[in-house]
Ligand binder design. Structure first.
Ligand SMILES: Nc1ncnc2c1ncn2[C@@H]1O[C@H](COP(=O)(O)OP(=O)(O)OP(=O)(O)O)[C@@H](O)[C@H]1O
Length: 334
């Protein structure tokens, strides 16, 4: 969907911000660009909507060289979310969200109805927040409006530059989770810039780890953590990558013990107050981090795992199961 072919950007003062970059983002894929300040992430992103023109190389969007596209037409196909959301201060939240579709000719009533739907989708109540002005919102709420506004024109591609940067870590994690759930339903092709490795890991289908103007590794989060391609990537992901790995490894059925083993041994049956059936549960597919957090709260050393589709118990997870999952993840990376 987005393809970089040997793209270089040299600024007028001679700074090479991006050096011979080639990579591809598939349709519906979310790729995070992560790396230290000044490594060329924002330059990469702004070349996609032609806020910055490459010095050499080319960028294709859905197979078309964007150099041949009219920049205004191009930007209509590409939503853009930035950290300092850039809402119009004298327009209400609803008006802000409906602005782009209205500019594109959608009748006012329809644009507003759609804006209200989108506000709801990003977790804001249009009846409560729609009539407010940006200054009457918290930082996290403003960022949600920024995401809703970018989605309003229904562009196939979204560029997001530190979209959750301006909020505290707790709100940030909530926004990230909501955004992931949203992405599952809207399936946009997304390039997201962050300097925060945890964010890159949590959100990215794949991560591009930047060195200085070049990509040192372009791979799924588990592969970046499990098999760093270069010493630079290894030091960037850090010594605690074992812990970070928990966030990207999922609980699978093969990691579980049968759910009915212990209750069957318990003469009082599964409903006995003996605590045989674990109180805490997670769903199959939950991250190991979530599972481990639940496990640490359980004196019994086991938690229940349910099937998210049927809601039925799928089995029981113990510390041995966590080890099994980690071994499996390591084997898959090898
Ligand atoms: N207009 C410009 N003229 C000259 N150099 C620039 C210009 N814009 C950016 N640079 C330089 O290009 C390099 C890459 O900048 P870029 O903004 O792409 O980095 P970044 O990875 O997004 O950084 P940050 O995380 O701090 O936003 C930096 O060395 C920066 O100083």
């Amino acid at each position: 969907m987005i393809r970089f072919e040997h793209v270089t950007k040299r600024y007028a003062d001679g700074t090479t911000a991006v050096d011979d970059l080639s990579f591809e983002v598939a349709e519906g894929e979310l790729v995070t660009l992560v790396g230290p300040s000044g490594c060329g992430k924002t330059t990469t992103m702004k070349m996609v909507n032609r806020l910055i023109e490459p010095t050499s190389g080319r960028i294709l969007l859905a197979g078309e060289d964007i150099a041949d596209a009219d920049p205004v037409q191009l930007r209509r196909r590409i939503g853009y979310v930035i950290q300092q959301v850039g809402l119009f201060p004298h327009r209400t939240v609803l008006e802000n969200t409906a602005t782009v579709p209205q500019l594109l000719g959608t009748p006012k009533a329809r644009a507003r109805a759609r804006a209200a739907e989108l506000l709801e989708l990003v977790g804001l109540d249009p009846a409560v927040h729609g009539g407010r002005y940006p200054e009457q919102l918290s930082g996290g709420q403003r960022q949600r409006v920024g995401v809703a506004r970018a989605l309003a024109a229904d562009p196939p591609v979204l560029l997001m530059d530190e979209p959750f940067g301006a909020v505290d870590p707790v709100v940030r994690e909530r926004l990230q989770n909501e955004f992931l759930a949203l992405q599952k339903s809207v399936r946009k092709t997304i390039l997201l810039v962050t300097h925060d490795l945890e964010e890159a890991i949590r959100l990215g289908d794949r991560i591009a780890v930047y060195g200085s103007g070049t990509i040192e590794q372009f791979a799924a989060p588990a592969a970046v953590l499990g098999s760093p391609a270069t010493p630079y990537v290894a030091s960037f992901v850090g010594a605690d990558r074992g812990l970070k790995r928990l966030a990207v490894t999922r609980v699978e059925a093969a990691d579980l013990e049968p759910a009915d083993l212990e209750p069957a041994l318990d003469p009082a049956g599964p409903k006995a107050p003996s605590g045989a059936a674990p109180a805490a549960t997670v769903e199959l597919g939950a991250s190991l981090r979530e599972a481990l957090a639940a496990l640490l709260q359980e004196d019994s050393g086991r938690i229940g795992v349910t099937d998210p589709v049927s809601g039925e118990p799928a089995g029981v997870l113990t510390p041995a199961g966590v080890h099994r999952a980690l071994r499996r993840a390591r084997a898959q990376d090898a």
